[in-house]
Design a protein around this ligand. Structure first.
Ligand SMILES: [Zn+2]
Length: 258
């Protein structure tokens, strides 16, 4: 069996995760432009005003109270990742599987850990725990402080989609290493950044990415940001896996728990 994807596929990214960690919360790219780069993805909005998820070419804003609304094409994003989702690898999930187990199952589905993967999980969930960033005021605090305002939401017995990306560890200054996914329900009325879930039944689809199209902001805030902090792993842990139930700062150790 071939252990590499057989088709080239581009993933588009607007700005860097390390810029977001440094408090660069105002972007220069609109939702309208972003949708021109792909019909599937995630990210956040200016001032860190909620989580973004893009499903079937529609961009949704997931706010701290757990509600979802359709985003406006003129809204801007300081960080987002998207692609035109092509489900090249697809499998039915084992029933009643928790996030940590599903993570290992998805690893087995991938031909290699060294490529990027867009991940779409469609099904029914007995529980989904999410958190959502809260709109920040200037001067913006770094993200490790901003997430102190986060609200956690618990959804039970819900159908929906978990959408996001599995990113190689070597991309950790660029993107969120490991699995970064957002949830939205079937009614498109609620969701957030996923911390944990149990999938009762559903389908997992993967779209391997071999090429990265990276767009860096032309703003003075970005020009002056510190994009290589010494405690990057700890910052990623505090902001992306908060509430995940582990305390190790190492992103490597976190991988399967995410
Ligand atoms: Zn997120």
């Amino acid at each position: 069996m071939n252990d590499s994807p057989v088709t080239r596929h581009t993933i588009f990214q607007n700005s860097l995760m390390s810029a977001l960690l440094d408090g660069i919360y105002d972007g220069e790219m609109t939702v309208g432009e972003l949708l021109g780069k792909g019909n599937f993805g995630l990210g956040t909005f200016d001032a860190l005003d909620g989580e973004m998820v893009i499903i079937d070419g529609i961009c949704y804003q997931l706010r701290h109270d757990g509600t979802a609304t359709r985003a406006d094409l003129e809204q801007r994003s300081p960080y987002s990742v998207c692609t035109n989702f092509v489900p090249r690898i697809s499998r039915t999930a084992p029933q009643n599987i928790r996030r940590s187990e599903l993570s290992a199952f998805i690893d087995e589905m991938t031909p290699s850990a060294n490529y990027m993967y867009a991940v779409r999980i469609t099904g029914t969930f007995s529980d989904v725990t999410t958190r959502t960033v809260v709109r920040q005021n200037k001067p913006y605090p770094p993200m490790t402080e901003a997430v102190g305002d986060d609200a956690e939401q618990h959804f039970t017995d819900v159908s929906g989609i978990i959408a996001g990306f599995r990113t190689p560890i070597y991309e950790k200054n660029i993107s969120v290493p490991g699995c970064h996914v957002h949830f939205i329900d079937d009614d498109r009325t609620s969701g957030g950044h996923v911390l944990d879930f149990t999938l009762v039944e559903g389908r997992i689809e993967l779209c391997p990415g071999t090429d990265l199209n990276l767009r860096l902001p032309l703003t003075s805030a970005f020009s002056n940001a510190n994009l290589d902090p010494e405690d990057l792993d700890a910052q990623l842990h505090a902001t992306e896996v908060k509430g995940g139930g582990t305390s190790a700062a190492s992103v490597h150790a976190e991988r399967d728990a995410r």
